[in-house]
Design a protein around this ligand. Structure first.
Ligand code: KIV
Length: 286
C-alpha cells in the first residue's frame, strides 16, 4: 500500500526548503490524475460551487456536498494529503458548529485535514479542532467566503494597516495550531514576509513565488474557461479547445455515419446468425 503524505511531510518540506504542490480536485478521475502526477496536496475546495456547480461564488456550498466530493476524491487519490474546505457558515457561528461539521467531514469523507477562512475571529474554532485531533489549514488574504464584504474578488492587504493585520492573523493561526496557511491574492512582498516569519508552510495563490508552495484550481490550470484568465493563473493546457473540438468531431461523425465503425461494433457468430435468419424467415408464415 502506498504511504499517504501527512502534515508532518509538509512541515519537513518547508524545513528542507522544498516547495509544496497543491491542486484542487472534486471527483475520482481528476484526483487520480493529480495523484499519479505526484501532487503533494489535493484540496477539495469549496470553489467546486463555481467550477463544478456553475454558481457565481462559493457561498451556497454545503457540508454534504463537500463530503460527497471528498469521498470521490479519496477513492482516486491514495498518495496525496487530502484537505477539504469547511464551507460558508459551517464554522463561522462558533466552536460547536465547527466541531460538528469538521467532525463529519473527517469521519465520513476520508479527508486528512480541513481548511477554513479567516484570522482572529476563527481562532477558537481552530484551537478546538486541533485539540480534537483535526489538522487545520488556515486561509488569509482574499477569502472567497467574504466576497460580499470585500465587494468583489480583489487583491487584499495592499496597505500597511491591512498588511500588519494579515501578519498578526498568520502568527495567531500558527499559535492556535494551524499546520499550514493559504495566502490568496496578496502582494508578493507581504507573502514573502509572512513566509519568513512562520514556521508552518504557506501556500500561495496569486501571492507570488516566495510562498512555501503553490495552489491552483484544477479548471484554471487546465484552461476549461477561455474567458477566465486572472493574472495569477498559468494555463498549462487549453482543455476548452481540446474538449470542444473532440465533441464537435463526435457530433459530425454521428451525423456522417462515421461513428460507430465496424471496429467499434459487436458481431454475432456466423452460425448463430444463420439460425436466427432461418427462424425469423419462418415467423408469421402460418
Ligand atoms: O476553494 C478553493 O479552491 C480554494 C483555493 C483557491 C485555495 O480555497
Amino acid at each position: 500500500m502506498m504511504n499517504r503524505l501527512t502534515i508532518s511531510d509538509l512541515l519537513e518540506k518547508k524545513r528542507q526548503g522544498k516547495k509544496i504542490s497543491m491542486l484542487t480536485a472534486y471527483d475520482y478521475y481528476t484526483a487520480r490524475l493529480a495523484d499519479e502526477a505526484k501532487i503533494d496536496v489535493v484540496l477539495v475546495g469549496d470553489s467546486l460551487g463555481m467550477v463544478v456547480q456553475g454558481r457565481k461564488d462559493t457561498l451556497p456550498v454545503t457540508v454534504d456536498e463537500m463530503i460527497y466530493h471528498t469521498k470521490a476524491v479519496n477513492r482516486g487519490a491514495g498518495r496525496a494529503l487530502i484537505v477539504t474546505d469547511l464551507p460558508f457558515m459551517s464554522y463561522q457561528a462558533g466552536v460547536t458548529e465547527a466541531m460538528k461539521n469538521a467532525g463529519r467531514i473527517m469521519k465520513e469523507s476520508g479527508a486528512g485535514a480541513v481548511k477554513l477562512e479567516g484570522g482572529q475571529r476563527v481562532l477558537p474554532q481552530v484551537k478546538a479542532l486541533v485539540d480534537a485531533g483535526i489538522p487545520v489549514m488556515g486561509h488569509l488574504g482574499l477569502t472567497p467566503q467574504s466576497v460580499n464584504q470585500f465587494g468583489g474578488f480583489k487583491v487584499q492587504a495592499r496597505d500597511r494597516a491591512q498588511a500588519v493585520e494579515l501578519l498578526e492573523d498568520a502568527l495567531a493561526l500558527q499559535e492556535a495550531g494551524a499546520f499550514c496557511l493559504v495566502l490568496e491574492t496578496v502582494p508578493l512582498e507581504l507573502a514573502e514576509i509572512v513566509t519568513e516569519r512562520l514556521d508552518i508552510p504557506t501556500i500561495g495563490i496569486g501571492a507570488g513565488p516566495y510562498c512555501d508552495g503553490q495552489v491552483l484550481v484544477f479548471h484554471d490550470l487546465l484552461g476549461f474557461d477561455d474567458s477566465f484568465k486572472p493574472k495569477f493563473v498559468r494555463q498549462y493546457a487549453n482543455l476548452n479547445q481540446i474538449i470542444t473540438q473532440a465533441i464537435r468531431e463526435y457530433i459530425s461523425d454521428i451525423e456522417n455515419g462515421n461513428f460507430p465503425a465496424d471496429k467499434e461494433s459487436f458481431h454475432m457468430k456466423e452460425e448463430v446468425l444463420k439460425e436466427l435468419r432461418k427462424e425469423l424467415d419462418s415467423v408469421g408464415d402460418n
